[in-house]
Design a binder for this molecule. Sequence first.
Ligand SMILES: Nc1nc2c(ncn2[C@@H]2O[C@H](COP(=O)(O)OP(=O)(O)OP(=O)(O)O)[C@@H](O)[C@H]2O)c(=O)[nH]1
Ligand SMILES: [Mg+2]
Ligand SMILES: [Zn+2]
Length: 352
Amino acid sequence: MNDIEKLGFDKWFQDKSETSKSDSFQIVRVISVNKNSLTVSNGKKDIYAELTGKFLYNSDSPLDLPTVGDWVYAQLFDDDSLAVIHEIFPRKSLLKRKTSGKKIEHQLIAANIDTAIIIQSLDSNYNLRRLERYLVMINESNITPVIFLSKSDLLSIEEIESKKNEIIQIIPDIKTEVFSNNNKLDIENIKNYFTPFKTFCLLGSSGVGKTTLLNNLIHQDLYKTQPIREKDGRGKHTTTRRELIVLENGAIVIDNPGMRELGVISADSGLDDTFNEIAELSEHCRFKDCTHTVEKGCAILNGLEEGMISNERYQNYIKLYKESLYYEMSYYEKRQKDKKFGKFLHTYLKNK
Ligand SMILES: Nc1nc2c(ncn2[C@@H]2O[C@H](COP(=O)(O)OP(=O)(O)OP(=O)(O)O)[C@@H](O)[C@H]2O)c(=O)[nH]1
Ligand SMILES: [Mg+2]
Ligand SMILES: [Zn+2]
C-alpha cells in the first residue's frame, strides 16, 4: 500500500484519476482549512498549501473550493514544503449544510467521508428532532451514519435504556452506541468502529465530547477540550477548525467544531431516507403533488390517523419538508411558478 492509499485514496479514486494530470501533479489530501490557508498531506508530511489565482478566479461558489478531506492535484515546491493546488479531485461524498439568510449558500463540512458519527450527549443535549436533522443532512450525502450517545456516566442505567430505545424505535436501521469518555472499556468498544483507511467525521453540538473522544482514540490530550457552561449546559465552541488525523490503526478521523444550527435542508433524498415510513406512504397518496396536509386520499394523513406513523414524526417531517421547499424557492427565485411549491404555499396559507 502506498502513502496516499494509507490516507484513504482507494479504488474509487484511482478509477477517477486522469493520467495526464497525475503525470504533472501530485495527488494530496486536504487535512485542514483555515481562513486563508490550507494544509495538505501526501501521506508522508503535512504541507502548507495555496490555491492558484486561476482556481480562485474560476470558483463562484463555496462548493468549488477545497474542504477538509478533499483530494486535490497539486504541485509541490521547495523540498515539498509548499503545495499549489490546481484542481479538486471528484468527490465520493460531500457533507454540507445550507446557511440561511438572504442568499442561500452552502457551507462545506467535509468531503470524501465514509461514515459520519453523530454524537449527542445523553444529558441535556439529547434531542430526537435534532438527531433527525443530522440524519437528513447525512442521508443527502451518500454517507453511512452511526449514532454515538456520550456521557453515559451521568445517567442511570434505566434512563440510558429508555433513551436508547426511543432512538431504536424511530431509527431502527442505524447503529446506536452508548459510551462514556471516562470509561476505558467503552472506548475500547467504540474503537472497533474506526476501520483502517476509511474516513470518519465527528458531528454534533458543542460540548458533547467529540474532541475528548478523539483524544481518547489517540491516547493523548493533544487537542483542546473545555468544560461546558454551567448556566445552560452548552459547550463553549472549543474546536474552531476542521482537522483530519490518522489513528494508529490507520482509520482517518475528522473532528469538527460543534454546530450551532444545521441550516436549511433541501428536499433531496435525505428527507425521504430519514422518514422512510412516511415517504413510502406518500407513494400511495391520491394526488401526485399531495402536500400531505389537507388532501383527501392522502396516505400519510391516513397513516397518521391509523397510528402507523407518530404525530411527532409527522410534525417534524412537515416542518423539514416546508423548510426544504422554502429553500428551493429562494434558490430558484425566478421559478416562483413552480407548481409544487405554489400549490403547497396556497394550501398551507389557506389552512393556517
Ligand atoms: N461526564 C462526562 N463528561 C464528558 C464526556 N465526554 C466529554 N466530557 C466533557 O465535556 C466537555 C466538552 O468536551 P469536548 O470534547 O471539548 O466537546 P466537543 O464536542 O469537542 O465540543 P466543541 O469542540 O466545542 O464542539 C469537557 O469538559 C469534557 O471533559 C463523558 O463521556 N462524560
Ligand atoms: Mg471539540
Ligand atoms: Zn399525501
